[in-house]
Design a protein. Sequence first.
Lengths: 115, 113
Amino acid sequence: NAGVTQTPKFRVLKTGQSMTLLCAQDMNHEYMYWYRQDPGMGLRLIHYSVGEGTTAKGEVPDGYNVSRLKKQNFLLGLESAAPSQTSVYFCASRRQGKRSNQPQHFGDGTRLSIL
Amino acid sequence: SQKIEQNSEALNIQEGKTATLTCNYTNYSPAYLQWYRQDPGRGPVFLLLIRENEKEKRKERLKVTFDTTLKQSLFHITASQPADSATYLCALLSNFGNEKLTFGTGTRLTIIP
């Protein structure tokens, strides 16, 4: 059971390039999340999804887009990469549960550098 | 504004002693509080959840307390081992409507042999 898998693990981009980060989960979870983690800032929510075909903005959505065409996949897109988007990106998923009493399951991250 | 503070960025504890980590929050009325462990280069891993009406939760050598009056949670690891060295994150769900967790910045714990 793989859990949450993120692709790629590392990437270096030039300013202005675009790319898509892929998150796949095999636990049949309804909820999926994209976070970024920066030193001293903790995990910050970018976008999330409560089910297939739905997405919503988190705390820091600007410069990112997401799509959830299939229940098991959640894609994070950078339209025009900026150095401020250099970060470690984590995807997480969880079961649907009343008042979020379900833990989140995380992937091992994508380390993204924008030059 | 809502704020979560994990008071120590780093904590060094002698092997065998009890490690105690603190999570304080302001302007929240959390329904749940969760603790996660994160190893270098890995994603966070869920450890324990405690509800607002629970005072204490235990799991093996781990114990979490939740004091909604003090707006504080304490995370204890008893009989600490070098393998317990990691960063520990607390996370809150507010009971004001949204379903999103907010994470603290974490405490990096080192257990010294």
